[in-house]
Design a protein around this ligand. Structure first.
Ligand SMILES: Cc1cc2nc3c(=O)[nH]c(=O)nc-3n(C[C@H](O)[C@H](O)[C@H](O)COP(=O)(O)OP(=O)(O)OC[C@H]3O[C@@H](n4cnc5c(N)ncnc54)[C@H](O)[C@@H]3O)c2cc1C
Length: 295
């Protein structure tokens, strides 16, 4: 049954400090839910699946918006939308995997409202920006009245939709370090159709060949193949130190099958996801190989 919207309360703090105070909850123990672009939350409210009645509208908080480019990487304010990410010149140049992911989040209307922190906090294993952020070793900055801390993206998800975030903490920013020089970035989403579908398999990778022609840096992050977005540690190990070859690709593919644990659900089945994940891995390696041969 649909949630009756009229019964809901929305606080509009003007500063981050006010928002963090509200995140403490009231004397009765009720804690409001942060609301950013609303593209996930309003779907849940419409479906009647979100239990909360009180919300904090973060949209007006200037302190947690904007993109800052530094010497070692960029900082994305929590409210950075996917439109901003896909259109930002420096991000397009330095983080092609992330801007490619941003361009795949729903349609333009969704990208105008959907925020990077909302995608992260929603914690869907199919979230499109999550593999890109994870492969790029992003750091999630969170804050409460107790202080600020950084959580590496690879340690954020403890289980299905279970984040290493305390109930009073807000995500304020996402730090993305520049990928190693000369590395190749890759992003691939496989859905039912080319655009506007939820992924059956989504993957982002970063790979570099050292001067000796062997892989000296590799990250591969996967979505929709496990309860959480995850790095494929065994497959990365199979590639590290190896020269690109058919045998290397086969070994990495075999290792990947032991990393991931896809399920059958309404969007796809386990067998299809395993086969597609293996093909995507090989496409990543071919793409990287071609780029290194060219450059
Ligand atoms: C039609 C449609 C198509 C979509 N297509 C895609 C798609 O292709 N790929 C994809 O990945 N997603 C897709 N989505 C999902 C959604 O757009 C994204 O997950 C989006 O990034 C959510 O961001 P938001 O700002 O709208 O979050 P909201 O809906 O405002 O919030 C989502 C969750 O994050 C929490 N939250 C928000 N900001 C913070 C913060 N700063 N700190 C702590 N918690 C916070 C909220 O409390 C809530 O639990 C789609 C949604 C719709 C409606």
């Amino acid at each position: 049954m649909r949630t009756a919207l009229s019964g809901l309360s929305v606080a509009r703090p003007r500063t981050l400090a006010q928002a963090l105070k509200l995140m403490q909850g009231d004397a009765g123990g009720t804690r409001p839910t942060p609301l950013a672009g609303g593209t996930d939350l309003l779907v849940y409210l419409n479906a009647g699946t979100h239990p909360g009645q009180a919300f904090i509208d973060l949209w007006g908080l200037r302190e947690i918006e904007g993109v800052r480019v530094g010497a070692r990487g960029v900082t994305l304010g929590a409210l950075t939308t996917f439109t901003t990410i896909r259109e930002h010149a420096a991000l397009r140049r330095r983080f092609p995997a992330l801007t490619a992911a941003a361009a795949e989040v729903g349609a333009r209307q969704i990208q105008n409202r959907a925020t990077v922190a909302g995608n992260i906090a929603n914690a869907s294993p199919a979230g499109d920006s999550l593999p890109a952020l994870m492969a790029l070793d992003a750091i999630i900055r969170v804050r409460s009245l107790r202080g600020e801390r950084d959580i590496p993206m690879g340690a954020l998800y403890r289980g299905y939709r279970d984040l290493a975030l305390s109930p009073d903490e807000l995500i304020t920013a996402v730090g993305v370090p520049f990928a190693p020089p000369r590395s190749v970035q890759f992003f691939r989403k496989v859905g039912t159709r080319r655009a506007q579908s939820i992924s059956k398999v989504v993957m982002a990778g970063v790979l570099r060949l050292g001067r000796d022609g062997r892989v000296d840096h590799v990250r591969m992050a996967w979505g929709s193949v496990a309860p959480v977005t995850m790095l494929a540690g065994r497959a990365e190990e199979a590639l590290l130190g190896a020269r690109p070859s058919r045998a290397t690709a086969a070994a990495a593919r075999e290792a990947l099958m032991r990393d991931i644990a896809p399920i059958d659900d309404i969007r796809s089945d386990r067998g299809y996801r395993l086969a597609v994940a293996g093909n995507v891995l090989e496409q990543f390696l071919r793409t990287a190989d071609a780029r290194f041969a060219r450059d």
